[in-house]
Every structure is written in C-alpha cells, then in structure tokens.
Design a protein around this ligand. Structure first.
Ligand SMILES: [Fe+2]
Length: 415
C-alpha cells in the first residue's frame, strides 16, 4: 500500500509525472525518492529538449574579431521628445517613470544600448517621489536636468542637481524625490542586460541594504570561517587548495552609494586652454580596487575640453574591447567611428565606441563636456579587456600585463 505523498515528495512526483506526460523519447526512470515499494520501476519518457546536445567545437585556429554593434547617435531632440511624453503621463504609486534607450541591434533578453549595458531615462515631475525595488544590478546615474532632487540609496542620502553622478550598488532600494519646481531627469546605466542574458536578474521589495561587514559570529561560525580554513600551497607557482569556507565567507568590501556633486568635481577639470588641469578624469570607487571602476561593471569619466581651443578629430583612433557610451552635456564636437563621421552637440547621446571599433573624438571652438561610461572594470575582472592605443601598436590585455604608460588621455602624451 502506498503511503500518501507529503510536501516536496508530492511536488517531485507530480513533476516526474508531468515530464512523462509530455514525453517524446522513452527512457527507464526510477523514482528513488519514494523507494521501490512505493513507486515501482516505471517507463517514463524524457523530453528530448532536456537532453544535452553535442556539437562541433569552434576551430581554434580561426582568427576572431569582436562582433561590434553599429555606432549610434541619439539626438537631444529624440531624448527631449521622450522626456516630454513621459512627463505627461501619471506616475503610478510604486513605479518609476522610465524608458530604456535601446539599440536597434539589441534583442531580448537584455535590451540595451550596448550588449551589456542598459540606459534608462528617468523623470520625476515637481513634487513627485518614487521608491524602486532593490535588485542585483549595479548602476551609474547622471542627472541631466534638475536643481532640487533628492536620492536615498541604501543608507546613503544626498541632494541631486544637474551633472551630478552617483552610484547604485547591488541590492539597495532606491528612493528619489523632486522637491523643486522643475522636472528632475536622470540617466541610469546598468548591467541588467548581462544579468538577463545569464538568467540571474533578481529583485525584491526589501528595504534592507546588505551589511558590508559581518557582525558578531556564533561559536560554529568562529570555528568554520575563512580565517581558520585550510589553505595549502600546491607546488611552487602559486596554486593552492582551500576549504569551502573561502567560497561562502568571502571578504566583504564596503560599497555604499557614492556621489560626485558637479560643483565638487568641476574645479579639477580644465576650463581654459593651457590652464594646467586635466581634460579627462575618472570617478573612482575604492570598492573596485585595481579595476578602477565607478561601479563593479562600469567606469565613468568626465571630459572637459575648454572653449577657445579647437581640437580636430585625430587622424587615427584607438580601440578597446570595452564599449564606450558618451553623453555630451556641454559644447559640440565630432567623432569618427570605424571611418564614419558623426557631429554632435550638447544633449546628444552616442554609442561612440562599440566594442573594438576604432574611434577618435574632437571638439569645436565651443569646447565640450562629456560623460563616458565603459564596461572596463567588468572586463578586467574576467580578463577580457584588450586595448590597442595605436592602431599599429601592441594589443595589451589590461590588468594582466604592463599597461599603456605615457598617456593622460586618449592619444595625449603625459607631461
Ligand atoms: Fe576609447
């Protein structure tokens, strides 16, 4: 006599039965979970779609080139029209007023402006506020309009005005408020397309931010943790064998939201020809350590080419496996990407360096200010970042071999 199935047993049985009823091929299936006396050996079919396939491996003698998307210019007029459309729509409680800017070559899952980066435009009208669920993506955000915004990311709160940059670390709930009389508009750059492609994008409504450092540990936690786990050298070249504790008790690196107010950053950028200041600076987050990111996925740089000095597009560009997305927020200029010329002005957004495309930029006499986002730290983390500063120069694997010394900006020799 069969005993009744309980809990997970019942669920597993139905799952097995379900599989059998949708079968194409017949296989012998023994449900070990219930024992022979409960469920006898049964002929149950296995769905062919659930079997692995064997296909020829790629020919590793083949020379590969990264498969870049086309460069793309999204004009200020297009962005303004979308902001206008969104502003006229009601903001439902618990939602964000946001639109993704999607590259025409992007496909689901993971719509983006670049294969691994989504860019959304977010709008809050005067007096509005919104809470956005935490998720396991990371973000760089940039205020393109507004003078009285407020953001709370995890346990960090700050005011937001035009041209401020801030980060949203993984698994932190976001709250935004517009206390001004003008719309608050910001870009949000995320790695969601990559998470979607991997099938690992997670979100929930919890307001609890991850703790950076573990609190008091129990006795068993004190006994079995990274600090006292086995850690033994194998050979003399650095290989080691380590306890499982190393996998689950990973050293925590503090990564709270960071905020670069434009008024604090701009004094360090060049604003007059030959003023001795740098024309490009990185917004560095120490949590990214030697990967020199603004988040664990992206770096953000601010470029300031001062007015009064025309910078023609150099005759030769450089290229890198990281993509670059430029938002031009002051001035005007030009870019040449794989031989195609683009003219841009303040308010224009551009996928200005699709992965491994040769690109170079210049500015007009008006000068130009540009926010650049690249997935540089992510690619360093997986040892994929290749960089060619001169088109007839070496291809360097940045982060794994000596890098490109002598440069303070693309093709500008250091002093
Ligand atoms: Fe570049």
């Amino acid at each position: 006599m069969h005993r009744p199935l309980r809990g997970a047993e019942k669920w597993n049985f139905h799952r097995a039965w379900d599989r059998a009823s949708h079968c194409q091929a017949i296989a012998l299936f023994h449900c070990r979970r219930f024992g022979k006396e409960d469920v006898p050996m049964t002929n149950i079919a296995v769905d062919q779609n659930k079997r692995a396939r064997f296909v020829p491996a790629p020919d590793n003698r083949q020379i590969l080139e990264p498969d870049a998307w086309a460069p793309l210019l999204v004009t200020k007029a297009e962005i303004d029209a979308e902001i206008e459309r969104m502003s006229s729509m009601p903001l439902e409680p618990g939602t964000a007023r946001a639109s993704l800017i999607v590259h025409p070559q992007s496909t689901s899952p993971g719509f983006g402006l670049a294969p691994g980066m989504a860019l959304s435009v977010n709008v809050l009208n005067p007096g509005e506020e919104t809470i956005i669920n935490r998720d396991n993506a990371n973000r760089v955000e940039f205020c393109i309009r507004g003078d009285g915004g407020f953001a709370r990311i995890g346990d960090r709160a700050f005011g937001v005005t035009q041209f401020d940059v801030w980060t949203v670390p993984s698994m932190m709930q976001r709250y935004y408020r517009n206390a001004s009389n003008t719309p608050l508009v910001w870009f949000s750059y995320s790695n969601v397309p990559l998470l979607d492609k991997l099938g690992i994008h997670y979100s929930d409504e919890s307001g609890i931010a991850p703790a950076a450092i573990l609190a008091e540990r129990t006795l068993i936690e004190k006994t079995y943790n990274r600090d006292n786990a086995p850690d033994i050298a194998i050979g003399a070249d650095g290989a080691r064998i380590r306890g499982y504790e190393y996998l689950v008790d990973i050293e925590a690196v503090k990564n709270g939201a960071l905020h670069w107010a434009w008024q604090d950053v701009t004094p360090y950028l060049s604003h007059a020809p030959n003023d001795g200041k740098r024309t490009i600076m990185l917004l560095y987050n120490p949590a990214t350590e030697r990967r020199n990111g603004t988040t664990h996925s992206f770096f953000a740089t601010l470029t300031s080419w001062p007015a009064g000095e025309k910078r023609p597009v150099p005759p030769s560009g450089h290229r890198h496996s990281s993509f670059a997305c430029n938002y031009h927020f002051l001035g005007r200029g030009s870019s040449i990407v794989d031989g195609e010329r683009f003219e841009w002005q303040a308010g224009d957004l551009m996928l200005s360096a699709p992965n491994w495309s040769e690109h170079a930029h210049g500015s007009s006499l008006e000068g130009a200010s540009v926010l650049t986002i690249q997935d540089h730290p992510f690619q360093i983390g997986v040892e994929a970042l290749i960089w060619q500063e001169k088109m007839d120069g070496p291809i360097l694997t940045l982060g794994s071999e000596p890098g490109q010394a002598g440069y303070v900006g693309p093709r500008l020799a250091g002093d």
